[in-house]
Design a protein around this ligand. Sequence first.
Ligand code: ATP
Ligand code: CA
Ligand code: CA
Length: 166
Amino acid sequence: MPVIAYIGLGSNVGDREGNVRRAAAFLAGAGRVAGLSSLYATEPVGNREQPGFINAVAAVETSLDPGELLAVCRSIERELGRERTVRWGPRTIDLDILLYGDRTVSTDELTIPHPLMAGRRFVLEPLAELAPGAVHPVLRRTVVELLRELQDPHAVVRLGTAGTTP
Ligand code: ATP
Ligand code: CA
Ligand code: CA
């Protein structure tokens, strides 16, 4: 049975909006792209001495297992010319698997739900557009509840209705 996976997208190098849109389109390689949030202009987290990001979240209905989905995400990053440099540094495109249905995954390569998603406004705001009632299977809170409890001061500004909701 296919599951709905939510993928976080981010870019802060080059044509940031184009990179996010192209990455979302390439997710068709993993299944049916069921939705794309609005795009958001966000303040960098972690390493602050870098350009701001454009972030969004895509919903993909997929029959791939989590490891195969990660492989597709990595191939999209390569396709769009991401050079793997420092963690939390500038990047052409970053794709993170946020949720994979209600499943949890814990391997050397993959942790699902994404371990930092519940503390990141740049993830929860776009995710709440697509899946306000989705339940975090570890914290057992909906996305809206996580957003209500969130204490993340980094600015997140929605850029109009750029995406499409299911
Ligand atoms: P952060 O995890 O804080 O968002 P990052 O996205 O900058 O940091 P990367 O360098 O892109 O980190 O990823 C490093 C590795 O994290 C990936 O190669 C992958 O194996 C692993 N990883 C673990 N869990 C996930 C997940 N849920 N989605 C994507 N990658 C993951
Ligand atoms: Ca990331
Ligand atoms: Ca990543």
